[in-house]
Structures are given as structure tokens and as C-alpha cells.
Write a protein that binds this ligand. Structure first.
Ligand SMILES: C[S@@+](CC[C@H](N)C(=O)[O-])C[C@H]1O[C@@H](n2cnc3c(N)ncnc32)[C@H](O)[C@@H]1O
Length: 493
């Protein structure tokens, strides 16, 4: 086969894989997650490149096999049988297909790479078409994602869920940062007393309902109140993750409230950006050159987990599907070759590669086939050399969608990354402080179900419109929580 035909043949195999995925109505993210491969690996497979083990994992999830592959016979063994039926030795097939013997041996073991597989199949005259296997041996299809937007106070909604025994797989939320409260707390003109707010309250922020960016919802102290997070704790499955954005100046209060509610603080992601504007009071005259604030360049994102209930994370995942995070689904793509010989391993540099699984050795150098391990830093492209971390710029016009006037919309790729990181396949994400629904849009796009609360009617309507736009064909956005419509919510007690 000449080079041109060969490339066309591998590309056609990639297209077959896309067709099979579309046949099963799965997003790329959902397939990658179920097959325990990274999205980069899947994208490569869909371009006709990659390892046979990844291809086999994807086909297993899709419930597809090659048209000439014997039912119930694993792909590598099926190739070996076809070769023997054609009366060819391994050496002869290698010569005809122009592949090396070790490469063919690996393929016949279900390892090796897709390129060798295609070369061998073409030489043996085997069809590259994929067919769906009998439905009874296919994995159960994922439930269609559902979207539910609820108007009102999230604490009321959570009380209702808890009474019904409803539990979510993940909570991803962007609560008020209460920045206005802090300015007033320490402001010159209207300083609050150093301790105590309302009579009987230990929290000096309790009565400080004021305005941030002219938003009354930023006042009060709901995100600093332990009871808010106790309510969240009550509606999250054991081992479920909570992801909460915070402001740099008030993050500590949020984190303490979440911890006091019974969560384990697992990490803090820094979302770095270069576009912040310093809100500094600059002095004049003889004090010129002095100011009061740094340029904002990051937002902290808290990652917490409800303690697991089983004796190990693995056992918890088995029972509730929650407890772990989806590393492979969130790897950061890289084309770089990483020097990592034995010495590198000894120095401990293999830690971040753990679980990478493949690697293709090139004289002491290995490639990361699945991308880099997701880090606790995300950035907006400050510098090229930051490409090792996940990239997310601030929300663009298209992220917001037309008519969205919410002042604190989060970017779509960031929200997709976060929900993908913490939600098990087919799970349901809840956002108590939904705003204009950025978490919901991301959850549905990633193949999860979503429920969200928002106290302001105008934002609920914006959220409903944005989520409806990304719902799969037959999905709809409901405004009452319907447990029977939300298969992933289960009573986990
Ligand atoms: C920081 S904004 C979230 C914005 C969202 N990330 C987006 O992209 O549109 C916080 C939202 O929480 C809402 N909120 C505040 N207190 C609430 C409560 N008790 N129940 C429900 N929503 C509340 C506010 O109205 C506001 O829209």
C-alpha cells in the first residue's frame, strides 16, 4: 500500500469511530471518560492515530466491533486467526504489510498501534467498517441529560431535596464573594463594629447587605454561613466533590465555612489571568506612586469533598460512583517529548506520569499520549510556556450568549473542565448559586444532568434559555425538580 492510501485508510477508521460514537449519541467527553482514556487520546483515535488498547477500550464502551471480527473474539486474536486462515506466517504478513514483526506481534496481543492494525487488516482483506454488537451485550446507554432551573432561595430548595432523600454527584458553584461586605466592614465611613453583627451573631458580616458592582445579591453572608454548606453537604453523595469559586479577599471565610460544615478541603485551584484591572486608590501629591491594591491576577477555586463512607476510595466509587476525580478526562494536551529515562524516574519525575499508560519509547524519551496531569493552576494564556496547564480566558461574548447581563459569568471551557473533573459518568451536578446558568450549560455539554437554584427571576430565565440551547434533541429544561426525570439523583443513604 502506498503512503497516500495508507493515510486515507487510517483516517477512514477514525471516521468509523466517530460514526459509532454518534450512533450511540455520546459526546467525546463521555466516551473518553467511560473508556478511561483522555480526550486527547480519543481525538487522536478519531483522526486514525493511537494505540490499539485505547481503540479497544473505546469500542467496548460503544458496543461496536469490526464487521469481519468474530463475535466474542477479542480484536488481536481475531487478526491472528484471520492471518492463519489466509495461510500466512507472521513474517510473510509483515513483509506484505510492510510492518515489523514486533509490531504485528503486539497487535495480535491487542496492543501496539492502530497504524499496524490497519496495515494488517488491509493486507488480509478485512473490512474496516464498524458494526454495533447485539444490543444485549452493549453497555446500558447513558441516561439523556436533564436540566432543571429552580427559582428561589437555594437553602429552601436544598431542604426540600434532603427531605426527599435526593443526592447529587457533584456541586459546582460560584457563590457571592461578599466583596461589598468586606469593603463596608473596613470602610472608613461606615465601618461595622469589630465584632458582632446582628445581636447574638458571632459573624460581623451578617447585617452588611450592601452592593458589589451594584449587585445587591453580593451583600449578606450566605457563602460564609456554615449552615449554607451544611445544606449542601446534606444533598451530596458520600465522597462527592464540591467546587466553589471565591474572591481573593474573602476566600478564607468561604473555606472555613465549608470545612466547618464537614467537608475535607482537598485542594485550591488558582485560575490565573492577565486581564485584571487594579482597583487601587492612588495617592496624589507628595504620596504619588502609592496606592492601595494589587492588580488582580487570579481567582481561587476551592475543591472540597464530602468524606467517603466506605472503607476506601475505590469501594466508595464502586458504591456511590463518587470519591475520585477524573484525571484522564482532564489531562492537558501536549505534543512535547519528555526526557524521562531511568534517572528521571529515580528523581521522582514519573509521579506526574503515573497512569499515562502507554508510553512510546524513543531512545530514552517518552511521549505523553494522554496529555499532562491536570494541575491546581489554570490560566488564560499569560505566557506560551504555561501551555502545560489548562487554558481558560475570561468569559467571552459568545460564552455569555446574547441578552445575558449577569455581571459575573464564568467562561464555558473553564466550567466544562471543572464539571468534567469532579462528576462521575452520567452524574447530576447541582449549582445552588446558578446565576445565568454557566455551570448548567457546561454540565449538559459534558453529558451530565443539571439542577440549579437562583433567587433572581431574570437570571433564571437567562439560564433556562442558555441551557435549552445546548440540550440534546429530546431534552427540555424543567422548572420543578422532578426526581423521576433525573435518573442520576439517588438516595444514597
Ligand atoms: C456569582 S453569581 C453566579 C454567576 C454564575 N457563575 C454565572 O456564570 O452566571 C451568584 C448568584 O447567586 C445568586 N444567589 C445569591 N444568594 C442566593 C440564594 N440564597 N439562593 C439562590 N441564589 C442566590 C445571586 O443572585 C447570583 O446570581
Amino acid at each position: 500500500m502506498n503512503l497516500y492510501n495508507f493515510e486515507a485508510a487510517t483516517a477512514m477508521l477514525g471516521k468509523e469511530l466517530v460514526r459509532a460514537r454518534q450512533h450511540r449519541r455520546m459526546t467525546r467527553s463521555a466516551l473518553a471518560m467511560h473508556a478511561a482514556i483522555s480526550r486527547v487520546t480519543l481525538a487522536n483515535l478519531e483522526a486514525g492515530r493511537g494505540s490499539l488498547s485505547s481503540l479497544i477500550a473505546a469500542l467496548k464502551v460503544l458496543g461496536h466491533r469490526f464487521a469481519d471480527q468474530m463475535p466474542e473474539v477479542e480484536l488481536g486474536r481475531s487478526i491472528a486467526r484471520a492471518r492463519k486462515r489466509a495461510g500466512l506466517s507472521q513474517e510473510r504478513l509483515c513483509a506484505l504489510a510492510r510492518v515489523s514483526k514486533p509490531a504485528l506481534v503486539r497487535v495480535e496481543r491487542g496492543e501496539g498501534n492502530v497504524a499496524t492494525l490497519v496495515a494488517a487488516m488491509d493486507e488480509l482483506g478485512l473490512s474496516r467498517s464498524l458494526v454495533a454488537v447485539a444490543i444485549e451485550s452493549a453497555p446500558p446507554p447513558l441516561p439523556d441529560p436533564t436540566g432543571q432551573v429552580l427559582l428561589g432561595d437555594c437553602r429552601e430548595h436544598m431542604r426540600g431535596f434532603a427531605q426527599q432523600g435526593l443526592m447529587f454527584d457533584a456541586i459546582v458553584t460560584d457563590p457571592p464573594y461578599h466583596l461589598s461586605s468586606i469593603s463596608r466592614r473596613f470602610g472608613r465611613k461606615k465601618a461595622a463594629p469589630l465584632t458582632g453583627g446582628e445581636p447574638g451573631s458571632a459573624n460581623p458580616y451578617r447585617t452588611l447587605a450592601s452592593r458589589f458592582m451594584r449587585q445587591t445579591w453580593d451583600g449578606g453572608d450566605i457563602a460564609f454561613d456554615v449552615d449554607t454548606w451544611r445544606a449542601v453537604h446534606a444533598v451530596l453523595k458520600p465522597g462527592g466533590h464540591l467546587v466553589a469559586f471565591g474572591g481573593t479577599r474573602t476566600f478564607h471565610r468561604l473555606a472555613v465555612a465549608i470545612e466547618d460544615a464537614g467537608f475535607e478541603i482537598r485542594d485550591q485551584i488558582m485560575w490565573l489571568f492577565g486581564s485584571g484591572f487594579p482597583k487601587s486608590h492612588n495617592l496624589k501629591g507628595e504620596h504619588k506612586g502609592q496606592g492601595t491594591a494589587l492588580k488582580p491576577a487570579y481567582e481561587p477555586i476551592l475543591i472540597a469533598r464530602k468524606p467517603i463512607r466506605e472503607s476506601s476510595v475505590a469501594a466508595n466509587v464502586l458504591r456511590f460512583r463518587t470519591g475520585s476525580i477524573n484525571i484522564d478526562a482532564c489531562r492537558v494536551p501536549t505534543d512535547e517529548l519528555i526526557e524521562m529515562g531511568r534517572a528521571g524516574r529515580k528523581r521522582g519525575s514519573s509521579v506526574a506520569l503515573e497512569g499515562v499508560g502507554l508510553p512510546a519509547t524513543l531512545g530514552g524519551t517518552v511521549t505523553h499520549a494522554k496529555g499532562r496531569w491536570p494541575a491546581n493552576v489554570i490560566h488564560d494564556g499569560i505566557d506560551e510556556s504555561w501551555s502545560r496547564y489548562f487554558y481558560s480566558a475570561k468569559a467571552s461574548k459568545s460564552d455569555r450568549g446574547s441578552g445575558n447581563n449577569h455581571p459575573t459569568v464564568k467562561p464555558n471551557d473553564l466550567m466544562r473542565y471543572l464539571v468534567r473533573l469532579v462528576t462521575p459518568p452520567g452524574g447530576t451536578v447541582f449549582d445552588p448559586f446558578m446565576g445565568s446558568g454557566s455551570t448548567g450549560v457546561a454540565a449538559i455539554q459534558e453529558g451530565f444532568s443539571f439542577a440549579g437554584s437562583e433567587q433572581q427571576a431574570e437570571y433564571v430565565e437567562i439560564a433556562r434559555g442558555r441551557i435549552a440551547k445546548v440540550m440534546p434533541k429530546h431534552g427540555s429544561v424543567l422548572s420543578e425538580l422532578q426526581p423521576e426525570e433525573t435518573p442520576a439523583i439517588r438516595n444514597a443513604s
